[in-house]
Write a protein that binds this ligand. Structure first.
Ligand SMILES: [Zn+2]
Length: 242
């Protein structure tokens, strides 16, 4: 018997200051994509509860990348295997270690964001990100190390397609779900929002050229688009990508 289709629902709606969290359910399994910031924990659990689910019912967790606004409620899901890109895990952990360096952080961070000086607001954003990290970062919030399965060598169920979209941070992944109702793209931070991406409180791209190419590639897919920091929208044939 074929596997039932994944139904895709938004648990936490993305905004300029909060990341999107998504539920995939096929009747038998439940998967959550990205988990938000600590102050959103209650909202996330309530959104599951409204669908008759407890965090323990979620056996698959997927992280698009390890920016703090996407991963800090992972620990709420102790029964889940966490599928995530190791490259982004290593890169972000190293970035946070360097951001916590009191004296030298502004210089150290250029290793990660070599294009910083090409952006007017980059310095301001870096300071905001550092404050986020100082306030929220705690590796225990990512879940237990034994829960992780790295997407570089582990496969998700075959009807969840993983696309590497590294322009935002190295190793970043987006997901594509295709079923008889059409196609849904869970973009992560490759498509931050439908428009006005500059308003989103996140970091500049690691690589702007790659980021723009990743974004255009995802926006060329017709169907539901779930951005990392905005409400979902539909990409229709014949409409040029924004
Ligand atoms: Zn991000």
């Amino acid at each position: 018997m074929p596997e039932p289709h994944w139904k895709v629902e938004v648990l936490l709606a993305g905004s300029w200051r909060g990341a999107t969290s998504v539920l995939l359910s096929n009747g038998r399994s439940h998967a959550v994509v990205d988990t938000g910031l600590p102050h959103e924990a209650h909202q996330l659990v309530s959104a599951l509860g409204a669908r008759g689910l407890r965090p323990e019912d979620v056996k698959i967790l997927i992280n698009t990348h390890f920016h703090v606004d996407h991963v800090l409620n992972n620990w709420l899901f102790p029964s889940a295997q966490i599928y995530a890109p190791k490259e982004s895990y290593d890169w972000c952990r190293s970035l946070y270690d360097d951001l916590l360096d009191q004296h030298d952080w502004a210089r150290l961070v250029l290793k990660y964001y070599p294009e910083t000086f090409e952006y007017v607001k980059a310095k301001e954003n870096l300071e905001k990100m550092r404050n986020f990290v100082l306030r929220w970062w705690d590796v225990k919030r990512l879940g237990a190390p034994t829960q992780f399965k790295w997407l570089e060598n582990e496969n998700l169920p075959e009807d969840i397609e993983v696309v590497r979209t590294s322009g935002h941070v190295p190793g970043h992944v987006s997901l594509i779900i295709r079923n008889s109702n059409g196609t849904t793209v869970i973009a992560g931070d490759v498509v931050l929002s439908r428009e006005h991406e500059e308003r989103v409180l996140t970091m500049i791209p690691f690589n702007r050229k790659q980021f723009q190419a990743d974004r255009a590639r995802l926006l060329s897919i017709h169907g539901r688009m779930i951005p990392g920091h905005d409400r979902e929208f539909v990409v229709l044939p014949g409409i040029t990508a924004l």
